[in-house]
Write a protein that binds this ligand. Structure first.
Ligand code: C5P
Length: 232
């Protein structure tokens, strides 16, 4: 899979999601389904969006004992999603078990990427609450390397970390990066942002874009602008 724009469908219901997706009559965007929509609508929302011809990143961030994660991943794999994820903090045995669960009888599987440290965790909370004394940048790169050692395909990270992740883990190791804003757009609650063009220059493989597209007056035009800046 090459570079692509993934639209974060952070909606509370299937109705709102379909009203949004109905606007896209041409190119069908790659969409991200998160916990809110999945927990509200269940696996059927995944099947329906897939049936409409979209690729799907199912962002459920699994983190549990290896056996539980393995079985849960087998269920997600049957939903025929394209990308799913977990917390690298679950350790290498959990990540390996996840890959086993995801792999279908014919050897195919969705891509699997890891969250290293959440971007809502900073140095202070990591040290105070998690008792991790190392530098947060070092921890993020260490977790990314663990994901690579476990056989995963990449990580979710800030676009500002994408270059370093490629350096540490290889150019083929995927970087999926939220925190993207247009140069003339609202930053909202994202703190460290980058434009689609800058994310491309730094080597992000996928950008995850929510409100700059979902809250735009013309979401299709905003999506196409993203594609033009990041992919073309
Ligand atoms: O609306 P916005 O473009 O900020 O949406 C970004 C999406 O990426 C949201 O679904 C958000 O939960 C997700 N995300 C993020 N930062 C992370 C991981 C995921 O913004 N570190």
């Amino acid at each position: 899979m090459g570079r692509d724009v993934i639209v974060a469908c952070d909606f509370a219901s299937a109705e709102e999601t379909f009203a949004f997706l109905d606007k896209f009559t041409g190119r069908k965007p790659f969409v991200k389904i998160g916990m809110e929509l999945f927990y509200a609508e269940g696996p059927e929302i995944v099947r329906q969006i897939k049936k409409r011809g979209h690729k799907i990143f199912l962002d459920l961030k699994l983190h549990d004992i290896p056996n539980t994660v393995k079985k849960a991943m087998a269920v997600l794999s049957n939903l025929d999603v394209d990308v799913c994820n977990l917390h690298a903090g679950g350790t290498i045995p959990m990540m390996k078990a996840a890959l086993e669960g995801l792999t279908r009888a014919d050897g195919t599987r969705p891509l699997l990427i890891a969250v290293t440290q959440l971007t809502s965790t900073d140095q202070e909370t990591m040290t105070r609450d998690l008792l991790i004394e190392e530098d947060i940048d070092k921890v993020v790169m260490h977790y990314a390397l663990n994901a690579k050692k476990a056989g995963l395909d990449g990580v979710v990270c800030s676009p500002l970390e994408a270059g370093k992740v490629h350096e540490v883990c290889s150019d083929e190791f995927l970087t999926v990066t939220p925190g993207v804003r247009f140069a003339d757009g609202d930053v909202g609650d994202q703190k460290r942002v980058m434009t689609p063009a800058d994310a491309k220059a730094i080597g992000s493989d996928y950008i995850v874009v929510g409100r700059p597209i979902t809250a735009a007056e013309d979401p299709v035009a905003a999506y196409e602008r993203c594609v033009k800046e990041f992919v073309d």
